[in-house]
Design a protein around this ligand. Structure first.
Ligand SMILES: [Zn+2]
Length: 282
């Protein structure tokens, strides 16, 4: 007689990838999203996982088939047309709304003319970043940050860009993803870093307040938050999978950090493959 409980159940999912949903927790909870399918990935830790790209990519905005993905899952026409794909999203200090050339002024009003947070985070060392106030803490989890601290609240996305430019004189705005995935990030005293940076950049911040008004840029008195990721084993050497070159990958799932799957065969940044239609077997 066969003991049914010993038979491993394998699920096959097929659909277009969205970035993983990550909920804070001890550790963070990861959900794979492929088309309509959802799969709890924490439950797959230590088990085999395989992923195969069918060769199809669907634009995450309009759904049209596209041969190549632009700006994380867009077709070329959407990439050229949408405000969210414009350079001023990556570099908000280049906002051109008031020149009357915003690609989608109504979208800009909804997304850019609302409070933004300037934060310090530690994913691979100290970095500065900006995000819409509503994107906290998702933004930090997506980056694989182990610590984060909101330091300033500003009125618009453009202002957050000017503040970030100022902070970049003193601190990086980048994450070294290889270092992040090695898991040996040293804990930092983010509150002390905030105080040090605010003191050093006092003059620049005063200039911005003069330009945008005293209330536009407010110092926050938040406490640092810490994040824990479900990782059984960190890689000592970080090799990454590339679905464009190798459409089928497989391995044992050793961990989840940021938008990466850590497999014993290499790591993969799933966000990079947003819109890719895949067959996932777990
Ligand atoms: Zn499109």
């Amino acid at each position: 007689m066969t003991d049914v409980s010993l038979i491993e159940s394998v699920t096959l999912l097929q659909g277009c990838l969205s970035k993983m949903a990550i909920e804070p927790g001890a550790p963070a909870r990861y959900t794979l999203r492929a088309g309509e399918h959802r799969r709890d990935l924490n439950a797959v830790l230590g088990k085999p996982l395989s992923l195969e790209w069918t060769g199809a990519i669907a634009c995450t905005h309009c759904g049209r088939a596209t041969k190549k993905s632009f700006a994380q899952g867009h077709c070329y026409p959407c990439f050229k047309k949408l405000a969210q794909c414009d350079t001023c999203i990556m570099k908000p200090e280049l906002c051109h709304f008031f020149a009357g050339t915003c690609r989608e002024p109504a979208w800009g009003e909804r997304h850019c003319f609302q409070p933004h947070v300037v934060y310090l985070a530690n994913a691979s060392g100290l970095k500065v970043g900006i995000t819409r106030a509503t994107q906290v803490p998702t933004r930090w989890l997506d980056q694989g940050a182990v610590q984060a601290l909101p330091i300033l609240r500003v009125e618009t996305r453009q202002q957050s860009g000017f503040v970030e430019v100022l902070f970049k004189e003193e601190v990086s705005d980048r994450t070294n993803w290889r270092a992040m995935l090695k898991g040996d990030t040293v804990a930092l005293d983010l509150a002390a870093e905030r105080d040090r940076l605010l003191a050093r950049l006092e003059g620049g911040l005063a200039n911005l307040r003069e330009r945008f008004g005293d209330d536009a840029i407010q110092v926050l008195d938040d406490s640092p938050v810490a994040f824990d990721y479900p990782v059984l084993e960190y890689p000592t050497k970080v090799a990454s999978h590339n679905l464009d070159k190798t459409p089928r990958i497989s391995g044992t799932l050793l961990g989840l950090k940021g938008q990466y799957l850590i497999l014993d065969s290499g790591v993969i940044n799933l966000r990079k493959y947003t819109g890719y239609e895949v067959k996932v077997s777990v």
